[in-house]
Every structure is written in structure tokens, then in C-alpha cells.
Write a protein that binds this ligand. Structure first.
Ligand code: GH3
Ligand code: MG
Length: 541
């Protein structure tokens, strides 16, 4: 941490030095200097500077077009220069540095989606919920629907009043899926008339909470629902939408098969199936049509598979088939038959008829040491080779083969756009060694939006996590978001805004423009790391 402090202080000194060489500096420069100090200093253990910067910022907000003379600015920031002069970085103890509580990066932490367009309420809910849960926020119905389908939250809180839109509109769009997947929803509103409450429950909301919200009540309701949901889902082994077995069943069954193999030596095979370009089906025809195709795939396979084969929904549009007593050739014949059968199906999508294909990877047990995890990984490698070779095909896993690093899903790109090099170093040191399952991390930092877009980094294949500073001199965070949305599929991105102010109106704009979350500066790196880890797990499955 000393390293960051030194770098930070060096930069502060050099800015002050540069200013001394000019006759005046703009208010914008001064604002930016203080704002960035406020955002960074606490994260690297220089909390006094954060507090000083915070106080000084308040005094200059109104002087928008003001030019500061040397005497003016140097006396204005004197508390900071005095503080810098007394800091001896060597005296700072490493363990004093992380001020915030450390979160455990546990991907099983429930995910709560908060749909709210009013920033004070949003940050109030987020602060309380984040003590126990991972939280994603959406400020519009459209963004909420997309998070709902892509991130699969465990609980959804919706404000009835969403500016031009209404929470009821959102509920209408997600209620069926929420019921099927046992995702409880809560409506919140200042209007708690009997009519409104009755309408909330009739629309499918499980809970209704009246504003002002009392956190203990909110937390108790959610904890209750999640406990109930978890007991309930533990007992169900069938996926509601497709009728296939669910993932819980998969783990138990694979363990059973592996131990059977150790006794009997009778080969068995495992196939992974993934629908091709399924995202574009959803994007073009809507999620309801997507669901019809998932059900169609399921009924095709249930009809054509052999009785002893076990068909499981692995997650999203990925399925697994366990084929007992089946060698690799037999497995390939079966999967080829299923592939061609699915390919020939037609589904109604509005006025037109569409068809879909899938790709599949197969592995066959050869060693008594095979574990469920290993088998799934092998089938997955073969699956991605099938995708790479052009999709709509079945591939066998060949021992020792690896997915090449350019092949899409095995790389997670983590990018930081922030004009503060100290933030770069700090995040880079912590994040470039981050390991998320078997994925490679590509870590990149950018000083501003312009260099980000020039680099074309965002046009690579794969999934992206982007940490985006809200205020930057050249192209601010909102401009970056707008342009990003025009240029690529933001669904492959998780965008986290880094913001200096908790109740910043720009947060709402950022969320409307496609950001998924925000973190207030100063932040703790461990907290950022935990957040990234959790969101990445969700992005990948
Ligand atoms: P690829 O050929 O590389 O597999 O492309 P893809 O578009 O199928 O892959 P990607 O993983 O990008 O997209 C999968 C999509 O599946 C994203 C998600 O919205 C959608 N999805 C996951 N679960 C469900 C679901 O239960 N219903 C619907 N309708 N869509 C789902
Ligand atoms: Mg797919």
C-alpha cells in the first residue's frame, strides 16, 4: 500500500508544481483535483486527505467559470499541502489500510434486484441489502427485464412509481417466469391504500412494503422468503420450465455414476448441449419465444433419448445428458440423432416460423479417478470446440485438448477506465491475479474514454467487466456508456460505475444507459474484488 501512497503523493505534488508554473487555473481543474483525491485517498489509507478534499469541494461547487490565481488556490488548498507535507508513508501500517469490512466472495450469496429510479431510495436499499446480499440495480423496466433474464436474481424489489413507467408494467412482464422459477417479488410504494396493495398482490407480488421503509422489516421479509425458497428448491429436482432434471440432481447423479464405474468398469458418457445463438432468438423474438424453444428442445430430447439416459438442465440454455453404459461411439450416434431431430423442428415466433440448432461436446469415462467436475469440464471443452468449428455439430473430447484462449467464453476481460493512475495500479495489482473458475483474466486499464474506444478492446470476443469512472476530463462515464451501447452488445458486459457521490443523479442516468451497478469512491479493493467475483459467476452461467 505504501507504493500507492507514494505514487499518489508524487502525483499530487506534480500537479501542484504544474499549477505553480501557470498564472491561473480553472475551477474545473481544481474541482477535478479535489474530486479525484476524495475518491482515491481513503482507499489507499490516506483518509485525512479524503476528508480535507471533501470539505474543500463543498466550497468551490458554485464557482463554475471561475479562474483561480496562484495566491487564491494555494491558500485554498493549504490544508492539503500541509497534510501532504506531514505524511510519512513509511509510518502507515499495512493493516490500517482497508477501512471497510471485507466481504466474502461467495457466489452463492443471494442476488437481489432492486428496481428504483430515485437515487436516494436506491442507495438506501442498496446500502442495507448489501450487508447480506449481492445487489444489482435497474432504473428502468427494460433494463430490469434484461437483468431478470440474464442474471437470474433470487428476489426482486420493485418501486411502483418509476417516473414515466410503473412497477406494475415490469411485474406483468416477469411474473410468469418469476412464478416458475420461484423468484419472489416485492412492490414498494408510498401509496399504501387498500386498492394499491390489493392490486400489487393480484399482479403477482409476494410482498408489499410501504415507504418509508423500515430496514429491519425489509430484511426480515427477504430473509424469510429466501429461506422458504431454498428449502423448497432443495426438494425439487425437476426444472419447472423444461421438465428436465435440474443441476442439483446432476451433481448427485454424476457422483453415483463415477462410483458405479469404479465398481463395474462399465463406460458411461456425458454430453453438454448448448443452443446456438440463442441470445439472438431472445433479442429478436422476445424471451417468451426463447422459453418455447427451451421447452421444444426438452421435449425433442425426452422423446428421442433412450429410457436410461438422464436429461438435465445445466443452467440457462445449457443441458447435460448422462448416458449410462454407453461408449463414445454410441454416445456420438445418439447425440447426432438428437441434433438432427432438433434442427428439423419449427417454432412459431409471431407471424413467422423459426428453427434452432445446438452444439454438443461429449466425454466418456476412462479413469477410475474421474470426478464429476472433471467430466463436465471435458464435455465443456469439446462443446466449445464444436462452437469454434461452426456450431450445429457434435464433438468428442480428446484427451489433453484445451480450448484456445481466443475462443470466447474462456476469457473474462476486466477493464478500468479511470483517469487516476493510482486507481489503475491499485486495481491492477489486486485484479490481474484474480482467478475465476478456469477462465483467463485479461486486465486492461485506460486513462480515458477516448483511448478506450481507440483500443478496440471492447470488440474482442468474450465477456466483459468494466469499471468506469463517472467523472473524467476527456469523455465522462456517461458518454462512454452511450457510445458503448451504440457499438456493442452490452449484454456481454457488466458495467460498474465508480462514483464519488453516493446520491449522484448521474447514477440513475448511468443505470438507464446500461450500467449494472455502482460503487462509491473511496472503495476498498477487497470489496471491489468480491463484487467482481460474484458478478462474474453470474455472467458466466
Ligand atoms: P452461442 O452459440 O455461442 O452459445 O451463443 P448464445 O447466444 O447461445 O450464447 P450466450 O451465452 O451469449 O447467450 C445465452 C442466452 O440465453 C442469454 C440468456 O439471456 C438466455 N437465457 C438463459 N436462460 C434463459 C431462459 O430461461 N429463458 C430464455 N428465454 N432465455 C434464457
Ligand atoms: Mg448458446
Amino acid at each position: 500500500m505504501e507504493k500507492y501512497q507514494r505514487k499518489f503523493l508524487e502525483r499530487v505534488r506534480s500537479t501542484i508544481q504544474n499549477w505553480s508554473e501557470k498564472s491561473t487555473i480553472s475551477n474545473r481543474e481544481l474541482y477535478h483535483f479535489l474530486h479525484s483525491m476524495k475518491g482515491t485517498a481513503l482507499s489507499i489509507g490516506l483518509e485525512n486527505l479524503t476528508y480535507l478534499a471533501e470539505d474543500l469541494l463543498e466550497g468551490i461547487a458554485e464557482k463554475v467559470d471561475y479562474m483561480w490565481t496562484y495566491d487564491e488556490w494555494s491558500s485554498y488548498i493549504k490544508p492539503i499541502t500541509d497534510e501532504v507535507a506531514v505524511i510519512d508513508p513509511e509510518l502507515v501500517q499495512e493493516d490500517e489500510v482497508i477501512k471497510h469490512h471485507e466481504e466474502q466472495a461467495d457466489p452463492s450469496t443471494p442476488l437481489i434486484l432492486v428496481v428504483e429510479d430515485e437515487i436516494n431510495m436506491m442507495s438506501f436499499l442498496k446500502d442495507h441489502l448489501e450487508e447480506h446480499y449481492t445487489v444489482l440495480v435497474a432504473a428502468s423496466v427494460q433494463k430490469a427485464v434484461s437483468i431478470f433474464y440474464n442474471q437470474k436474481p433470487d428476489y426482486v424489489i420493485v418501486d411502483i412509481y418509476l417516473g414515466e413507467e410503473s412497477g406494475f408494467e415490469l411485474l406483468q412482464q416477469i411474473v410468469q417466469k418469476a412464478r416458475k422459477n420461484l423468484i419472489p417479488t416485492m412492490l414498494i410504494s408510498a401509496d399504501h391504500s387498500t386498492d394499491t396493495r390489493a392490486k400489487a398482490y393480484q399482479s403477482g407480488a409476494f410482498d408489499f412494503l410501504q415507504k418509508p421503509i423500515q430496514p429491519p422489516e425489509l430484511m426480515a421479509i427477504i430473509a424469510n422468503r429466501l429461506r422458504y425458497k431454498s428449502i423448497f428448491t432443495q426438494q425439487i429436482l425437476i426444472d419447472e420450465l423444461t421438465g428436465a432434471y435440474n443441476r442439483r440432481f446432476l451433481q448427485d447423479e454424476l457422483e453415483r455414476q463415477c462410483s458405479d464405474f469404479n465398481r463395474t468398469r462399465s463406460a458411461f458418457s456425458v454430453a453438454m448441449i448448448d443452443i446456438d445463438r440463442f441470445k439472438s432468438v431472445n433479442d429478436t423474438y422476445g424471451h417468451d419465444t426463447g422459453d418455447v424453444i427451451l421447452q421444444g428442445l426438452s421435449s425433442t430430447i425426452m422423446r428421442d433419448k433412450r429410457n436410461s439416459d438422464l436429461f438435465i438442465r445445466y443452467g440457462g440454455e445449457e443441458f447435460t445428458i448422462i448416458m449410462p453404459d454407453t461408449n463414445s461411439e454410441e454416445a456420438e450416434v445418439l447425440l447426432e440423432r438428437l441434433r438432427s431431430s432438433f434442427e428439423s423442428q419449427r417454432y412459431k415466433a409471431g407471424q413467422s416460423e423459426i428453427s434452432c440448432t445446438f452444439s454438443s461436446g461429449i466425454t466418456t469415462v476412462q479413469h477410475h479417478t474421474s470426478t464429476p467436475e472433471q467430466l463436465l469440464k471435458e464435455a465443456d471443452i469439446a462443446l466449445y470446440q464444436a462452437k469454434e468449428k461452426g456450431r450445429n455439430q457434435v464433438r468428442q473430447y480428446i484427451k489433453g485438448s484445451m480450448v484456445s484462449h481466443q475462443s470466447g467464453k474462456d476469457v473474462i476481460h476486466i477493464g478500468v477506465i479511470d483517469d487516476d493512475p493510482v486507481i489503475h495500479n491499485l486495481l491492477e495489482d489486486h485484479l490481474h491475479t484474480l482467478s475465476i473458475l478456469n477462465y483467463n483474466i485479461d486486465f486492461q486499464t485506460f486513462r480515458d474514454g477516448e483511448s478506450f474506444f481507440e483500443s478496440n478492446w471492447h470488440h474482442q470476443k468474450g465477456k466483459f467487466i468494466l469499471l468506469l469512472d463517472g467523472i473524467m476530463p476527456k469523455m465522462d462515464g456517461l458518454e462512454v456508456l452511450t457510445r458503448l451501447r451504440e457499438e456493442c452488445a452490452v449484454d456481454d458486459f457488466i458495467i460498474i460505475m465508480l462514483t464519488g457521490r453516493k446520491k449522484d443523479q448521474d447514477i440513475v442516468k448511468a443505470l438507464e444507459l446500461g450500467a449494472d451497478d455502482y460503487i462509491t469512491k473511496p472503495f476498498s479493493v477487497t470489496e471491489v474484488e468480491a463484487r467482481i467475483r460474484r458478478l462474474a459467476q453470474r455472467l458466466l452461467f
